[in-house]
Design a protein around this ligand. Sequence first.
Ligand code: NAD
Length: 500
Amino acid sequence: MLDRPTTKEAWIARARATVPEGRAFINGQYVAARSGKAFAKISSMDGSVAGQVADCDAADIDEAVKAARAAFEDGRWRDLPATEKKRIMLRFAALIEAHNDEIAVLETLDVGKVIGNSLSIDVPSCHKCIQYYAELADKMYDEIAPMSPKDLVLVRKEPLGVVGAIVPWNYPLIIAAWKIGPALVAGNSVILKPAEQSPFASLYLGKLAKEAGIPDGVLNIVPGFGEKTGKPLALHMDVDMIAFTGSTEVGKLMMRYASESNIKRVALELGGKSAQIVMADADLDKAAEAIAWSIYYNQGQTCHAGSRVVAHRSIKDRLIEKVAAVAKAQIPQGHSFDPHAQMAAMVEKKQMERVLDYIAIGEKEGATLALGGKRVLEETGGFYIEPTIFDNVKPDMRIAQEEIFGPVLAVIPFDTEEEAVGIANGTIFGLGGSVWTKDMNVAHRVSSAIRAGTVFVNCYDKSSPVTPFGGFKQSGFGRDRSPHAVDKYMDFKTIWTVYE
Ligand code: NAD
């Protein structure tokens, strides 16, 4: 492994010297799109071309599905002993860990996030997730139903077959691992469709999977655009399941595609507008620190970012001052490859413009801009927005209801606990939330009342492969992470034998 650079200039030189693999990984080989077409991936750190990506379409998806189906049917992966699957997946995880820095460069080129996060959070979380599911391989048991002694009733879990995993750009490696890990350990073949904005780190996984011994055809990675690549995958008659993470809008299309094709299984991890309720007795320093990190980490492009703060009126102003102070002191913004930066570029120009539009909408709606609100570091050619806070937000404003997916915090005051819970639950989403209080009775009541897949008490954004993650309401259904995630990639089969 090359020595890890210590300066921005050295990191940029490393990134410029990197030629990312942009071809599809199908049946164990990197291949160009059958049409011969490719598109340029623009790096959001400075607007330069980071590399070329295969512009795959239905013909490439067909190839990948054929390879995945053949691998599933001949049992080259499905029928391996559990200990063997475990050995190979552990090797896959170890190879990801061994290539940490190369993959981190690709992740930052893909997303524009700070290199420090890619190095210490994204790539390690990816390998740890694969490792977690590898370890589960020989610890999962089937069931025997309690019947009479003459009836032997096995309740077996069997892999579904071919799984399409369609993922977004905000955490390309982590979310890919959340799908690949449980789908593979269950014995399926997988076709991963990374987002068009973030193909490179995911494509790199193909060669490591092969080197680890994952048989050809079992893991395929097909890059391309949503309509052109994702849609034929989701509509394919020979795909048994789509595991989707992305926007609620596209999630709804997945259900439509499933019903228009073969009623394939669908699992959806969708958007959020998570509320952090801060009671009057909360430790404001701790709350402010967690709130700032939750909305500015990854430039606010986090599905469960705590993007709404529901603050007791008596402490709201002090809390806002403290969040702004944390942003200034702890979250310096800089070039994506600046090792000292904690906040960097939005994923692409379009996303930056979308967020700036929302900031304009917030001002027009009458909210008070308390911090930031502008594009910065324009001289880099990249797409950066400064940490932003809106005060005096009303629960029905668009900036309080819609997912902005940027570094924009909306602060809404409340007077009673009941009102706070009503505001927290008053959106179509239900992904995350938190309550900040020293009173454990309040903590228990409020955390139970928030309708969301994860609720934090006096903390935020704790994450582990061990705990289930996913949404209530229009934030989706099905869970990533934990042993529960494996079940959604399997079907139950009852085998009933009667002995004389
Ligand atoms: P998106 O919905 O635009 O795209 C997600 C994926 O779907 C991409 O790979 C895209 O190419 C593909 N796609 C788009 N249109 C398609 C179509 N018509 N048919 C098939 N595939 C299509 O989302 P995004 O902008 O990439 O990601 C941001 C969204 O993801 C946010 O809403 C965020 O909250 C959500 N997200 C949710 C979670 C979670 O676990 N709940 C995690 C991360 C991100």
